[in-house]
Design a protein around this ligand. Structure first.
Ligand SMILES: *[C@@H]1O[C@H](CO)[C@@H](O)[C@H](O)[C@H]1NC(C)=O
Length: 207
């Protein structure tokens, strides 16, 4: 029993002798808590426990945590030949995330290379427009909508409504708009489907 207590006591002494260092900003050395170098820097060997010597990371380098490391990490290179935008706001405190150029998306989760978005042909529109992380999804234009262009980002548009003084000269399709024809007066009759050169004379739909 006595032996048991002694062991427990010894254990407590050992545990309480360990300094409680902040794991994020400090490290332990010879039983003391020492300061690490802040993000964006690296640690030179000439510093002391209380006053570390820290030097800023170099160009195209970063360090995103408090550190005891003598070296910063290299920033990833955003290669324009792989369809990445050149990185603009580069921080020494975090890794640059390479963005795909407009019109391109990552080919995989790891985003090693960017590939062009799917093009929706005439008659189809972009249901979901592509961005950095996903491809365009096309849909067939239905219910009085159309798309007369091939592109990754244009949606199906509504057919033009031909107004009162107009007739639908040609009904739209998935790939073409309604064509509206004005009425032309010939004598007393209204003749459909021609451009009205003298709007004053026209007005009513020919039946
Ligand atoms: C890309 O688009 C999808 C769906 O529209 C959206 O959920 C996602 O947040 C977008 N991602 C970016 C990086 O804009």
């Amino acid at each position: 029993m006595k032996m048991h207590l002694l062991l427990v006591f010894a254990f407590i002494v050992v545990v309480s002798a360990q300094p409680q260092c902040d794991p994020e900003t400090q490290y332990e050395k010879n039983g003391a808590c020492c300061k690490m170098c802040p993000p964006g820097t690296r640690m030179l060997s000439s510093g002391t426990c209380d006053e570390p010597r820290c030097e800023d990371c170099g160009e195209r380098e970063y360090q995103d945590k408090y550190t005891t490391e003598p070296k910063c990490q290299r920033q990833p290179y955003c290669d324009p030949n792989k369809n990445f935008n050149q990185a603009i706001h580069v921080s020494k405190k975090k890794a640059t995330i390479c963005e795909c150029k407009h019109g391109f998306h990552c080919s995989s989760e790891q985003c090693i290379i960017c590939v062009p978005h799917t093009i929706c042909p005439q008659g189809k529109g972009a249901k979901i427009k592509g961005n950095h992380s996903r491809d365009t999804e096309c849909e067939v234009c239905t219910d009085g909508t159309f798309s007369d262009v091939s592109s990754w980002d244009s949606e199906c548009k509504k057919w033009t409504e031909c107004g009162n003084d107009y007739h639908i000269k040609e009904t739209g399709t998935a790939s073409s708009d309604n064509i509206c024809g004005e009425l032309l007066c010939v004598g007393r009759k209204f003749v459909k489907f021609f451009t009205c050169r003298s709007p004053v004379l026209c007005g009513r739909v020919f039946s």
